[in-house]
Design a protein around this ligand. Sequence first.
Ligand code: FEO
Length: 165
Amino acid sequence: MLKEKMQEALNEQINKEMYSSYLYLAMSAYSSSAGLPGFAHWFRVQAEEENMHAMRLFDYINDQDGRVKLKEIKEPPMDFGTAVEMFQQTLEHEQFITRSINELVELANAEKDDTTASFLQWYVEEQEEEEENDKEIIAKLRGVDKNEYVIPSVDQELAKRPSLR
Ligand code: FEO
């Protein structure tokens, strides 16, 4: 059985993951409007992945006989600047999520809730991977000043991201 404080924090994390999904969907729409279908595809898949992150928490709370509380999802921005600025914002958002996951792990440890601490390990590893992916894409996009073909080539590469279903 989940303790009240842990349940509240996990519900808060569902909201953050749902906002992440919303944010990346907004970036997908922005990329489409900027004529970058590969970026649009990548962010759309990312939005679906964030929804899956939220659903893992949703299922976990239910499996622990807790109570899911869905909160209001904040409206994301509509404009994200240049391609590199958009990925910088993505990285900053993921760094915020990583801090949030680390706080959840600290709380689980403080509450001596080993089941939740072990459940959260998947998120710790996932966050490392997400930050790494964003940094790699930013590094590629930074070549843009020197090479005007960088954006189209990254767009083609991002278009190859496998869909989740
Ligand atoms: Fe679910 Fe990208 O953090």
